[in-house]
Structures are given as C-alpha cells and as structure tokens.
Design a protein around this ligand. Sequence first.
Ligand SMILES: Cc1cc2nc3c(=O)[nH]c(=O)nc-3n(C[C@H](O)[C@H](O)[C@H](O)COP(=O)(O)OP(=O)(O)OC[C@H]3O[C@@H](n4cnc5c(N)ncnc54)[C@H](O)[C@@H]3O)c2cc1C
Length: 399
Amino acid sequence: MIDFSPNKDQVQIQSLAKKFAREVIRPAEIELDKMADPDAVFSSELFRKTIKSAYELGFHKMGIKEEFGGLGLDPLTTALVWEELSYGGIGIAATLLAAPVVPLFLSILASGNKKLIDQYVRPYCEDSEAKHITAWGSSEGNIGSDGSNYHDPKVRHETKAVKDGGEWVIDGAKSSFVSNGGIADCFLLFANVDPTRGIPGSGIFLVPNGEGVVRGKAMDKIGMRVLNQADISFDNVKVPAEYMLTPPGDMYPLMHNAIKTVGNIGVGYLAVGIMRAAFDEALAYAKERVQFGKPIVEHQAVGFRLFEAFQAIEAARGLLWKASWKLANNPLGDLKFSAAARVFATNMAMKHTVEMVQILGGYGISKEYTLEKYMRDAKLLQIMDATNEIMTIKGVALL
Ligand SMILES: Cc1cc2nc3c(=O)[nH]c(=O)nc-3n(C[C@H](O)[C@H](O)[C@H](O)COP(=O)(O)OP(=O)(O)OC[C@H]3O[C@@H](n4cnc5c(N)ncnc54)[C@H](O)[C@@H]3O)c2cc1C
C-alpha cells in the first residue's frame, strides 16, 4: 500500500523545480528581501522577470485541468514541486500558490460556465508573461479570524454586494493582508449579500481589476517580503450577475472550508521547503565550523538540534503527503488532515528555523547568511490563511 518512490514524470518536474528554485528563485529572493521599500520590490525588473520565468515553465497552472489549458497535475505531484520551489524562497513560491486562485476556483466550480472559463481560465493558462495574477480577499479591518465565525449573525463582511438589475454593485475594502493584492488583475472576493446571516450571508465573487477598484501599497513586514500583500478597495464596482460564483447561505462554510483544505496544504509545503533550506545550511556549516578542536556537529548539543530538525522535516512532509493524498481522492480533501499537517509543519518551521540560526551562533543573525531570513519568513506561516489557533479549533471540531 505504501510506496514513497515518485514516478518518472514526477521526478522530471521535481528536478525542473529544484533547478529553478536554486538557480532563479533563491538569488532573486535574497536580493529582493534586502530592499527597504516594499513597493520597489514589486515594481522591480528582478521580481517581474522571476515570476515571468516561473510562468514560462508552467508553475502557475499546475493544478488546473488540462481541458482548460492547465497542466492537470494531481495533488501528490504538485506537492513535490511546491516543496522544491519553497526551498528556493517562500515569497516567490507563495506568489505562485496564490496566483491561480480565481482560475482554479472557476475551473473546479463552474466547469459548465464556458464563457467565464474562456475569459478567465484559458488566458491565464496561456499567459507566459505573468500578466495575469489573481488574489483572494476575505480579511477586512474587523474580519480576521472572524472570517471563520459562521455562527454569530452580527459578524459579517462589511464589503457588500447589492443586486441592481443584471449586475452586482460592490463597495467596501479588504485588509492589507491580501496576498498578491497590489499586483493582481482579478480577485476572488468575499462580499456580504444578506446582512441577516452573518458571515454565511456572503457570496464569493469574481471581480476583475477595473474602474472603482483601487489596489493599495505593499505592506512592509518582517518576513516573506517577496510576497506582495496589499489592501484593495471597491467603490461602486459593477460586475455581471454571473460573476457571483457561490451564493450566500448554508453552502458557505463548506466552500470556505474547502478553500482552507487546499490552501493549508500549500502553506504546509512552504514550511517544509523553508525548514529543509535552513537545515541544509546549518548542517553544512556545522560540519565546517571548528570549536573546541572539532567540527561543531560533533558536539552533541549541536548534533541533537540537527537530528530533531531532520525528524521534523520528514514527519511534516509525511503528514502533508497524506493530506495531499486525501485531496487527490476527493476534490474537497479532508480538512482535518490539512489542518493537522499545516499546523504541525508551520510550528516545526518556526521552531527549527530558530534552532538553525542558533547553530550558526553570531553568524546566524548576520545577513551574510540566509538563516535569519528563513526565521523571519517562517513567522508568517503560522498566521496566513487563518492562524494556527483557528485551524486547530477547526480540527478539534472534526475529531
Ligand atoms: C502571509 C499572510 C498572507 C495572507 N493572505 C491573505 C489573503 O490572501 N487573503 C485574505 O483575505 N487574507 C489573507 N491573510 C490574512 C489572514 O487570513 C489573517 O491575518 C488571519 O486570518 C488572522 O487574522 P488577524 O490577523 O486579523 O488576527 P486576529 O483574528 O485578530 O487574531 C489575533 C490573535 O487572536 C487569536 N484568536 C482569534 N480568535 C481566536 C479564538 N476564537 N480562539 C483562540 N485564538 C483566537 C488568533 O489566533 C491570533 O493569535 C494573510 C495573512 C498573512 C500573514
């Protein structure tokens, strides 16, 4: 029943990702991470060039069905790729994870809607210039974890959509956390339609960037500085009636949790990739650095730390593979497994990137090495796409 060996096609795409991560993502991330002005990062030639190269190789469309122009890769194959890309740098990897959110949602949900597929999925898949990047927006100033609070009718998205003839009119603003928010050309937007129903009173809309949409400045933050995060506001934005992809109501928690099931697996692989990168650098250093007359890896306090990191990487990956396997066998996946895998992987990434910094001693905190970046980047993983506390609460409810 259990076999950990990848097939020929998987080995091929994994090797491609590995090479791209080391030769393109890693050097770009290190340079972009050092830029003081976040907006300068995303308008830079280096950022655009790196994302464009990823699109040319098809990393933006891996999970989209072949019939719509995607690569149609299964979740266990994309698992191998996401880990490799994340090894290079999780800012670029997270940009690519979020980039297909609109076409992916459309291709899973609205496969019967040929017009929307032709307008928003095929052009995205054909894009080798990285002109099409998408984003999802639920969080608002007052809606963080409350985005999963389905039970209190007083808690709702303030961004609202009102039907006017054959159109929806959208007004409101999303928080500065929206991944790709400042660079996306299309949004999957959560907007309230029925104020009496709280969060489940929201519909999920497709909203192209256009008149009335304002994309904010890039957030200045501790880590993942190469992932654009920005607020977006909507002022009297009109979209056709069929752009409401999911109506408000009882289906809302199911749809929202399905997004979390998939998203959390992605976040988990970001964590494994970064942990492995930190481990490899610390191990190499520990074999070279001599103190008290021998390489520090031979001091048990150092060796134990490294072996614990190795265990965490293998355990986190194993749990994630099971969650990916669940997803491969059921389009809605299994939230309990996704949550367990993501919470474990991200907590381990935080713990062990700190430990790997310690192995380098004073050099660990120097920008001469990359360890301090991994540690800063890891912190965001415990918060993104719902915090680990919220994912744990969701997991407990499913036991
Ligand atoms: C890297 C990153 C990417 C993101 N990308 C997106 C995106 O693309 N789109 C989008 O819409 N949003 C995005 N977010 C926002 C993210 O979903 C929110 O930051 C997250 O849901 C937490 O909300 P908050 O920051 O408002 O914290 P709050 O909800 O205010 O929480 C503050 C603290 O209280 C804790 N807490 C809250 N409620 C409970 C409870 N019931 N029990 C126990 N503890 C609780 C939380 O765990 C946290 O520690 C992103 C965030 C990050 C960091």
